[in-house]
Design a protein around this ligand. Structure first.
Ligand code: NAD
Length: 258
C-alpha cells in the first residue's frame, strides 16, 4: 500500500518514540519525509526514513526554527502535504523533581511544558497552514493524549497542555474547513505507549502487564507500541479520512472507556 507516494510529510519529534515510528511508516508508504527534532538524529534512525529524507534540527518553541524548516522544505520539495506535530514533553527536564506537589509546582515548571506542547503545536500549525495553502491543501495531525480528558493528579500541566492541543486542533479544523482551504486537522489521543517518555514514570520493566506495572490498569493489559499510534496518524493524514476533520482518535487499549 502506498497512500503517500511523493507526498511531502513533515514530522516534528521524529528522533524518538511515536515520531520516529510515524516517520518510518510514512516512508514505507512512499512519502518524502522531513524529520525534525531538538536532538541530533542517530544514524539508525535516519536509515529508516526513506532514500533521501530531509533531517532538520528544530526547537518547536522557536518561531525562527520553524521559519528555517519551512524555507528548507520549500527549497527542497516546493510543497507540504502533511504535518504531524509530535514533539512533546510530559515533565520539565530542568526541574529538580518529575512530579512536584501541586503546592510546590513553580510557574516555570508549568510554562516549560506549555512552551513545548502548546506553543510548539501552534507555531508548527501556523507554518503548516501557510505552506499547505500554497500547495492546494493538506492534512495536519496533532499528538494530544488521553490526559487531555482524564484527571492526572501527579502531572496537571501535562493534561492541561494536551487539552489545549485537542481544543486547538478542533478550532483549526473548523476554521480551515470554513475558509475552503482543503486542509483537515485532527488529533490523536494515545494512552500509555512504550517509548522513552514512559521510562521515568514506570521504568523499562513496566512495559507489559506483570501485575506490578502501570500496564495492568489498561483493559488490554499492555502498553501500546509507537507504530500503533503511527498507523492511526497515517489513517487521519490519508485520503481514507477525507471527510474527517476536528476529530479526536483515541488509541489506548480501552483505557478511556473503562
Ligand atoms: P519521546 O520522548 O520518545 O519523543 C519525544 C520527542 O520529542 C523526542 O525526540 C524529543 O527530542 C522531541 N522534543 C522534545 N522537546 C522538543 C522541542 N522543544 N523541539 C523539538 N523536539 C522536541 O516521547 P513519545 O512518547 O514518542 O512522545 C511523542 C508525543 O506523544 C508527545 O507529544 C507526547 O506527549 C505524546 N504522548 C505520548 C504518550 C506515551 O505514553 N508515550 C502518551 C500520550 C501522548
Amino acid at each position: 500500500m502506498s497512500r503517500f507516494t511523493d507526498k511531502v510529510v513533515l514530522v516534528s519529534g521524529a528522533g524518538s518514540g511515536i515520531g520516529r515510528a510515524t516517520a518510518k511508516l510514512f516512508a514505507a508508504e512512499g512519502a518524502l519525509v522531513v524529520a525534525a527534532d531538538l536532538v541530533e538524529f542517530a544514524s539508525d534512525v535516519i536509515a529508516e526514513f526513506g532514500d533521501d529524507p530531509l533531517m532538520l534540527p528544530l526547537d518547536v518553541r522557536k518561531r525562527e526554527d520553524w521559519d528555517r524548516v519551512a524555507h528548507a522544505v520549500m527549497e527542497k520539495f516546493g510543497r507540504l502535504d502533511v504535518l504531524v506535530n509530535v514533539a512533546g514533553v510530559n515533565h520539565d527536564p530542568t526541574a529538580p523533581k518529575i512530579d512536584p506537589s501541586l503546592e510546590d509546582m513553580s510557574l516555570d515548571f508549568l510554562r516549560n511544558i506549555f512552551a513545548v506542547n502548546i506553543e510548539g503545536t501552534v507555531l508548527g500549525t501556523q507554518i503548516g497552514i501557510s505552506l499547505m495553502r500554497k500547495s492546494g491543501g493538506g492534512a495536519i495531525v496533532n499528538v494530544s493524549s488521553i490526559a487531555a480528558h482524564k484527571g492526572w493528579p501527579g502531572r496537571p500541566p501535562y493534561g492541561m497542555s494536551k487539552a489545549a492541543v485537542s481544543q486547538f486542533s478542533k478550532s483549526v479544523a473548523v476554521r480551515c474547513a470554513r475558509e475552503d482551504t482543503n486542509i483537515r486537522c485532527n488529533a490523536v489521543l494515545p494512552g500509555p505507549i512504550a517509548t522513552p517518555m514512559l521510562v521515568p514514570l514506570s521504568g523499562p520493566a513496566g512495559k507489559r502487564g506483570d501485575g506490578k506495572s502501570g500496564a495492568d490498569h489498561v483493559p488490554m493489559k499492555r502498553y501500546g507500541e509507537p507504530e500503533e499510534v503511527g498507523a492511526a496518524i497515517l489513517f487521519l493524514a490519508s485520503d481514507d479520512a477525507s471527510y474527517i476533520t476536528g476529530a479526536e482518535l483515541v488509541i489506548d487499549g480501552g483505557l478511556m472507556a473503562s
